[in-house]
Design a protein around this ligand. Sequence first.
Ligand SMILES: Nc1nc2c(ncn2[C@@H]2O[C@H](COP(=O)(O)OP(=O)(O)OP(=O)(O)O)[C@@H](O)[C@H]2O)c(=O)[nH]1
Ligand SMILES: [Mg+2]
Length: 708
Amino acid sequence: MKIYPTNNIRNIALLGHGASGKTTLVECMLFEAKEITRRGSVDEQNTVSDHYNVEKEKGNSVFSSLMHVSWKDSKINILDTPGNDNFVGEVISALKVADTGVMLLNAQQGVEVGTEIIWEYTHKFKTPMVFAVNHLDQEKANFDMTVEQAKNRFGNKVTVVQYPLKTGAGFNAIIDVLKMTMYKFPDGGGKPEKHSIPDEEQAKANQLHEALVETIAEYDENLMEIYFDTGSLSEEEMVGGLKLAMLNHEIFPLFCLSAIRNMGSGRLMGFLHDIAPTPGDREVLLQNGQLLKPDPNSQPSAFVFKSFSEPHLGEVSYLKVYSGTIKSGDELYNQTTEKPERISQLFLLNGKERKPINQLKAGDIGVIVKLKNTKINDTLGNKDSNLKIRSIQFPYPRIRSAISTENKRDLEKVMVGLLQIAKEDPTLIIEQSKELKQTIIHAQGQLHLQMTKYRLDKVYGVNIDFIAPKIPYRETITKMANDSYRHKKQSGGSGQFGEVHFRVEPFSEHMADPTDLNVRKKQTIDLEWGGKLLFYWCIVGGSIDAKYSNAIIKGIMNMMENGPLTGSYVRDIRVCVYDGKMHSVDSNDMAFQLAASQCFKQAFKNCNPIILEPIVDIEVLTPEEVMGDIMSDLQSRNAMIMGMDAENHYQKIKAKIPLRALFKYSSTLRALSQGRAKHTRGDVEYQAVAKEIQNELIENYKNDGVEV
Ligand SMILES: Nc1nc2c(ncn2[C@@H]2O[C@H](COP(=O)(O)OP(=O)(O)OP(=O)(O)O)[C@@H](O)[C@H]2O)c(=O)[nH]1
Ligand SMILES: [Mg+2]
């Protein structure tokens, strides 16, 4: 394979809502560029891009995959991403390294939820963007509606470069208002014939051409002058202007496709070759805040944007070279772990097919196998290099579930599998909850969870089931009580003796010190689980030696970690130790620790204790049509609606809702809105549960010895 210099490389991410046709378009691009001799199809499960069994079975992409084609004198690296937002991590890592995004729109559906979600990310990365309206051969295709929706949502920067002569079964020609040419396709698609624009289309084509010229001229003063002087721009001038405007996120050219019929992909690749920004046109942010412009002649620096372990092959690391040249056999350093890494063999990919290559120049994308100490977000470079690429920020998971295994012996294998999967997928977080005594998986959605289960089964041979996570309740008190406890044990030799007198009261910020006690020392303990314990030492006359105060705190903390009502964590308490007794021989730390635990427990029960539950701030983004159903469902879950905002054709509902009412909420939303409504979770606060619920929780704890 030829080695391509930086400016002859194009890195493209194919983006769009599920089923917009990205994977099908890849087949067209590979076929037209003669990388494959036959176009596969998603329905026949034989595409290059969807090469994992799970993707074939489900009929949609789950992982991003890497392909490349040669087109004229450039190499186009193609990252095909999944449209389902359960796999948004794959989209984000592809966007990190892509220099142009191609957003596919389904001409029957217009702009869809997935389009909007992904758009937000392209905005963050300032990715130069192209739109491609696909499915134009479908009976219900509506090009004008799709363009109008795109302009509504993404602004007038969406600029038509092509429009279809006809849509539906008769779709076979595209009018290109940049080239001012009509491309007419043979029945089987492929290379079109060029025709002049038919007379009856002239007026429309001219009008769109003018609009395109004006939009391009708007972003470049020189071009604006030429445009004013001559009333038009040459194709060459338009190309230069377009590239600049794309780089500045000021224009989003729009193209036409029928991927299933292989119509339109050649011209799209031509445009990417002629106009799309090259890696050399874009700078990347370093960890230290500086910008790096890819330069093949400076020191090597490659960023790992994805890593995946393949059976029989081991770890496959996907990397983009941001500067210098990386060669097979190089000895590099991982800038994060500061450990050496040997680049054994570099490859280019076409789906699962690997082609060895001996070097990758700045701007190029490829993979390395068998790196020892490198994972996603790491940079490889020289030992003394200061080039560390800014890591990718992945979104925090939106749902959580606990897991159970039928066979306890599988637990270890499950954990090995889960930790490996989470290492490759930073949008999945595995938590071993000490508090809930459960393993919790935090994921992007139900499908993300199902995919994790599927991979554990297929790759690690273990089965898990999803169960409701226990709710992390808290306990606290609402009034003050005094109590005392004497721990005394006489067993054979030396005995145990410790007596403490506590005042236990609810803590609140800025509460006054007790006026009737002599406060000698104050300690504030910030609790790991939120809230505080204030510990006041108010002993006068040496009734207990101050050396026992740590043991007393330990005794209290044992109870705070294992609340007297339901075993939940206790928060926001002030304890004043105001009296006690010790024995010159029998007193020791253990005796005071036990006395403190018991004294705290007794007092706590007289302080009118309450159980608090987590209340989560959520935002639901829903299409207007199903707003009513979503609101009544929220109310049935005891949600408190905090506000509503219109956002284009969507409504954003803000609400506070008990965590216990949120298990599987994303499935409910999906069902209520045909997959269009989404929710995100924000801050958590604690509120007292109703008396009946409190009694039920206490009763269940007594019966089972565990929280419900
Ligand atoms: N009629 C028609 N069908 C298409 C076209 N493009 C794709 N399809 C079909 O639409 C379905 C989805 O196509 P994919 O290529 O898998 O779509 P995708 O965007 O990769 O979907 P995800 O991987 O789920 O994000 C398949 O059944 C394709 O055959 C098109 O231009 N016209
Ligand atoms: Mg796909």
